[in-house]
Design a protein. Structure first.
Length: 378
């Protein structure tokens, strides 16, 4: 297992700012978005953005906001809940299919409760409405909670080709943290499902009667960043409590420890559980932060826009520290780490690499922005 490396002024892996970082600038693409949560890139150069209160809208390439799309289902827009991630299908140019996740209100016996749900839909030809909306996964059990929904979606690729399945990160709903260690619960897990909601036959727990078959990995807290590397590996980060935010390269069937092991502590101080950071059978993070930065959004840099040293780096958004950070690994070893745009002063909710090779950022605010990160570096 990898040796975790805390952030601090003496961290050996911390590097001086790269030329790209020194020249980095945030250019406003659009503003007036209410707590935007996720951005996807339409083939015609426009952007598809979710707003947490329950709206999805197209943003024109010149920054003009289209009216909200029709067809978005009701969401529980409370606390951290609402309309959250959205991704386009790899075949969107042909099928106009997309996937989104949200805090879904319970019905029947679950009335008054809520949970993370994953849906697929078709964007109509003039990009004004979602059609054929179908929920393909519902987190169980549901609870009355406004916290820790997770809700990042990644389409899985094998040998560079889509395999017909999706990863979805799921939070443990905060006050129900022990559920992250319960394989009969979806809370605190990453799940993998087919694009039609089916269970892939090669999921790690599919043959176990004591586990839910959608589970891919477990022991997570509040994962709000996930991305697939070009080699098909799933990378993710998750919020720690007070300290202990983590980056992990997720392996099927592995237990990532929450809340049994953590590098954080209770809010206000005091150990969590036994106060331990290691236990046999539980994975160590590749990197963790103390104090917390509250990570949200995660991008893998494959473009040459920022220079060769940025390629194969992860860029993490930070809600609490109101900036971004770049990290680069050689296997399990962190070899470069730098802070980006420390003067940004805005909560970063999403980070994505666009088709043009630039990084795009959403800021979490009542008047949120879509930013393009450019550089004047040669």
């Amino acid at each position: 297992m990898a040796q975790a490396q805390p952030v601090g002024p003496s961290t050996p892996a911390t590097t001086p700012s790269s030329a790209a970082a020194r020249a980095l600038q945030a250019v406003t693409v659009a503003q007036g978005l209410e707590h935007p949560w996720a951005v996807a890139f339409l083939p015609d150069g426009r952007y598809l953005v979710t707003e947490r209160p329950g709206r999805m809208r197209v943003v024109q390439s010149d920054g003009r906001l289209n009216p909200p799309l029709a067809g978005v289902p009701p969401v529980v827009a409370r606390g951290q809940g609402g309309l959250l991630d959205v991704v386009l299908d790899s075949g969107f140019a042909q099928n106009r299919q997309l996937y989104f996740c949200y805090s879904q209100p319970g019905t029947g016996a679950d009335a008054g409760k809520n949970g993370t749900a994953l849906a697929r839909a078709t964007l109509n030809a003039d990009a004004t409405a979602l059609q054929q909306v179908q929920v393909i996964f519902e987190q169980q059990p549901k609870y009355d909670s406004a916290l820790h929904f997770g809700c990042r979606i990644v389409e899985r690729m094998v040998n560079g080709k889509p395999d017909g399945s999706l990863f979805l990160t799921l939070g443990e709903r905060s006050q129900y943290k022990e559920e992250a260690q319960n394989l009969r619960s979806h809370l605190g897990k990453i799940v993998r499902v087919g694009k039609d909601g089916s269970i892939p036959a090669d999921n790690p727990f599919v043959a176990r009667a004591d586990a839910l078959p959608a589970i891919w990995s477990w022991g997570h807290r509040s994962p709000q960043g996930a991305v697939l590397a070009p080699d098909g590996q799933l990378w993710m980060h998750e919020h720690g409590p007070q300290g202990g935010d983590e980056i992990n390269r997720v392996q099927p069937g592995k237990n990532y420890g929450w809340p049994v092991i953590t590098y954080g502590e209770n809010y206000g101080g005091g150990k969590i559980g036994a106060g331990i950071t290691r236990q046999n059978g539980m994975e160590q993070p590749l990197h963790y932060w103390v104090p917390s930065i509250a990570p949200s959004g995660l991008a893998w840099v494959s473009s040459s826009r920022y220079g060769a040293d940025w390629q194969s780096s992860l860029v993490v958004g930070a809600l609490k520290s109101r900036m971004l950070e770049r990290l680069k690994f050689d296997g399990d070893r962190l070899v470069a780490h730098e802070k980006l745009l420390p003067g940004l002063g805005q909560r970063v909710r999403d980070v994505r690499q666009g088709p043009d090779g630039w990084l795009y950022v959403l800021t979490d605010a009542p008047d949120g922005q879509l930013l393009r990160l450019t550089t004047t570096a040669p």
